[in-house]
Design a protein around this ligand. Structure first.
Ligand code: ADP
Length: 250
């Protein structure tokens, strides 16, 4: 409908605006972070202002994480698709995930062996998984379980990664809007509302699907499915890495 078209155009220009600002902002943050690092080194660890300089550096790092998110969301960050084994990505991320989740969340990884490979920008996929883990973390304030699992859907041949948390889940009115850009229940300064919108963009760009299954009090499953590389793109368009850097074959 015309209204949907207007909405789409509005989101599109919003994305471009956000991306443009993010790009300039990132340069500013790089300057702040650079000078804070110099300051830190000049002051030395014993100086009274050392902690302040460190706080500047850390705030700049958080800002640059946010601008990166905005850049990916806006589509201004170019994609470099590569052939990947989802099991390798899931395994390689275990350490950073368990650090993000903290000690009171139990992380389990369940891998289905011999997955067909997929084609996607690795760092964007990792950002999607990190966002999901941070959402899961926020939904499990005291303790909980996070399961990362992989599987092949027999009917379609798609390769899927599920991120399953035991958190508070979402009421239907939140679940219905969760993928909407800038929709957040986390309050000002805490959530950007760009996590799932970005995930949607990244996964659909790679020809895949992303879906949520959530019930209040019963936890949430975020499921990402991607077509096998043979279907996704002709081999000649792929950026191939030598086997040594592609990682382990599981
Ligand atoms: P943000 O995390 O910045 O709020 P997202 O797009 O990632 O933005 O998420 C939008 C909203 O969807 C969240 O504010 C939250 O209400 C809900 N949500 C997302 N993931 C989960 C989850 N695993 N459990 C419960 N609620 C979730």
């Amino acid at each position: 409908t015309e209204q949907q078209l207007r909405q789409a155009e509005r989101l599109d220009s919003l994305g471009q605006l956000a991306g443009g600002i993010a790009h300039d902002f990132n340069n500013i943050l790089a300057v702040i972070s650079g000078y804070a690092t110099i300051l830190n080194e000049e002051l030395g660890p014993d100086h009274a202002l050392h902690a302040d300089a460190l706080a500047i550096e850390q705030a700049a790092a958080r800002g640059s994480g946010l601008t990166r998110q905005l850049l990916i969301f806006s589509g201004l960050e170019p994609s470099r698709p590569e052939l990947l084994d989802l099991n390798v990505v899931a395994t390689d991320m275990q350490r950073v995930l368990s650090r993000t989740l903290g000690d009171d969340v139990e992380l389990t990884t369940m891998l289905s062996l011999n997955l067909p490979r997929i084609t996607i920008d690795r760092s964007k996929l990792e950002q999607v998984i990190m966002n999901a883990a941070m959402n899961a973390r926020a939904a499990m304030p005291s303790n909980g379980r996070l399961t990362v699992s992989t599987e092949v859907v027999r009917e379609t041949g798609h390769v899927c990664l599920s991120i399953i948390d035991s958190g508070r889940g979402m009421p239907p009115e939140v679940a219905a809007r969760a993928f909407e850009p800038f929709f957040t229940t986390k309050g000002r300064g805490k959530g950007t509302g760009l996590g799932l919108a970005t995930a949607y963009g990244v996964i659909t760009e790679a020809g895949g699907t992303i879906s949520l299954d959530s019930r209040p009090g019963e936890g949430t499953t975020l499921r990402i499915c991607l077509p096998p590389a043979e279907i996704a793109a002709p081999a000649s368009t792929l950026v191939r890495r030598p086997p040594s850097t592609t990682g382990r074959i599981l």
